[in-house]
Design a protein around this ligand. Structure first.
Ligand code: GH3
Ligand code: MG
Ligand code: MG
Length: 349
């Protein structure tokens, strides 16, 4: 049985961090499945089977395993559905829903405006007619009748304008709701589901922007939790997930909405320290490392300690002409140094 994780580091559009060898291994295991279920080797089917064999996407794996268990066929329609729901995080459907909602509001508003306009035109022609009749009027009964007509036309106008006002208020409310929904879609496209930090895709975009900005000075810290596999093996993935959330909360706290904290990969997090030199960054990273190492983490609802959990850190600082890749490679080298020197430490390059 494949190792199952609780969550996939979510990103929309999807981002794959597998090294060359891991990706090749996934290819080797995915292709026989594509053939076995006779789904054509196209990017959609390949993505589904690739994520299935990688074991990174528990929801997708469960959905496929459930179907296989019930002997239900995996057709191209099924893989398309799985792709949109689990690889693209349901984004096409969510966008579709907000788009249709928006279209409905716009259509309704236009039709209400047209209705009010038609009433206004009708009343206005009634009023002009009454006006010209009024100019020639010398009879009290006719005068009464005309005043009645004018009153009725004005009342109709007032009523129609009130109706339009309340319809517009309802549309505004709908638009506000849709705006919130769009914000939520945008937010979940940028956010890692488990930790609430930025996901890898969003982090990469932020880093690219920072590197493109001339004269921007900032540092990158990469955090890799130590012996995390062992922790999972001893206490289970759910405890592992809680530890990831705990560590992410420390980063979120330090970032203070100024620095940029992200889930970089499985048990790896990254942080961009804006306007910070190597020394400042080192001190902050060092305090994060210490805080984490000194945490007395316990299993939820029990007094059982899970022992000391630590993190190794690698830091790099932006140099002129650095690409994101160069900056990440230096931080990664520094991180490797921290691991090689015995873990639970910070290095910079
Ligand atoms: P090292 O100190 O060298 O970093 O050792 P390590 O065990 O942390 O490193 P390794 O790369 O061998 O293993 C990483 C582990 O992190 C394996 C994987 O199952 C676990 N992991 C990755 N993502 C998640 C997740 O979302 N939840 C949980 N619980 N574990 C995860
Ligand atoms: Mg790692
Ligand atoms: Mg690790």
């Amino acid at each position: 049985m494949r190792e199952k994780r609780v969550s996939k580091p979510s990103s929309f559009p999807p981002v794959y961090n597998h090294e060359f060898q891991q990706a090749s291994e996934n290819l080797r295991r995915a292709l026989p499945l594509v053939n076995q279920y006779q789904t054509p080797v196209n990017p959609v089917n390949y993505a589904v089977w690739y994520e299935y064999v990688s074991g990174d996407n528990a929801d997708l794996t469960n959905a496929i395993d459930t179907r296989l268990h019930k002997n239900e066929p995996i057709t191209t329609e099924v893989t398309q559905y799985l792709y949109e729901k689990y690889v693209l995080m349901g984004m096409p459907e969510r966008m579709d829903r907000t788009n249709s909602g928006l279209k409905l509001v716009v259509d309704n508003t236009l039709s209400n405006i047209n209705k009010a306009e038609a009433t206004a035109t009708q009343c206005s022609s009634g009023l002009s007619q009454s006006q010209s009749l009024l100019e020639k009027c010398d009879d009290v009964e006719q005068l009464k009748y005309l005043v009645g007509e004018i009153l009725s036309n004005t009342q109709q106008l007032t009523q129609s304008s009130n109706e339009l006002k309340s319809e517009l208020a309802r549309s505004t409310e709908e638009i506000m709701k849709l705006r919130e929904e769009l914000e939520a879609v945008k937010h979940s496209a940028r956010t890692d589901g488990l930790t609430g930090l930025l996901n890898r895709g969003a982090f990469d975009r932020e880093l690219r922007h920072l590197c493109d900005e001339k004269d921007m000075h900032f540092s990158l810290a990469l955090f890799d939790l130590d012996h995390f596999k062992r922790l999972n093996d001893s206490f289970g993935h759910l405890v592992g997930d809680k530890v990831l959330q705990y560590f992410a909360a420390i980063l979120a706290d330090v970032s203070d909405d100024i620095h940029i904290a992200a889930r970089f990969g499985g048990e790896e997090m990254a942080m961009l320290f804006l306007h910070s030199n190597l020394e400042d960054t080192f001190l902050i990273a060092e305090s994060i490392r210490q805080k984490f190492a000194n945490s007395r983490l316990k299993k939820k609802g029990s007094d059982e300690s899970i022992g000391q959990v630590t993190v190794s850190v690698g830091i790099s600082h932006i140099q002129p002409h650095d690409t994101p890749r160069m900056l990440i490679e230096r931080a990664d080298k520094a991180l490797y140094k921290s691991k090689a020197e015995g873990r639970n430490r910070v290095n910079f390059l």
